[in-house]
Design a protein around this ligand. Structure first.
Ligand code: SF4
Length: 81
């Protein structure tokens, strides 16, 4: 069974997300869109954007959004709790 630290990390992963944003520097690798197409949209000329209705999925996709932020090769996905 997970100890206190493991439980905290689990809670952090599924904790509600307040805001997701993309800083400058996206290289349009598509990783985030492959993980959470409900939230991220990669377009050829703009790079990655957060979709307009993305907030509807912040609760149900919290773990995947955090995974995308952690895996983004240029670390431009910012998640606010
Ligand atoms: S994972 Fe990062 S670099 Fe790749 S498309 Fe998403 S924001 Fe851009």
């Amino acid at each position: 069974m997970a100890g206190p630290t493991g439980v905290w990390h689990y809670v952090q992963r599924v904790m509600a997300i307040r805001k997701v944003s993309i800083e400058e520097g996206c290289i349009a690798c598509n990783l985030c869109m492959d993980l959470v197409p409900e939230v991220f949209l990669v377009t050829g000329d703009q790079g990655c954007v957060v979709k307009e209705d993305a907030a509807e999925h912040f609760d149900s996709k919290a773990a995947d959004i955090r995974q995308a932020a952690a895996d983004c090769p240029v670390e431009v996905i910012k998640v606010e709790d």
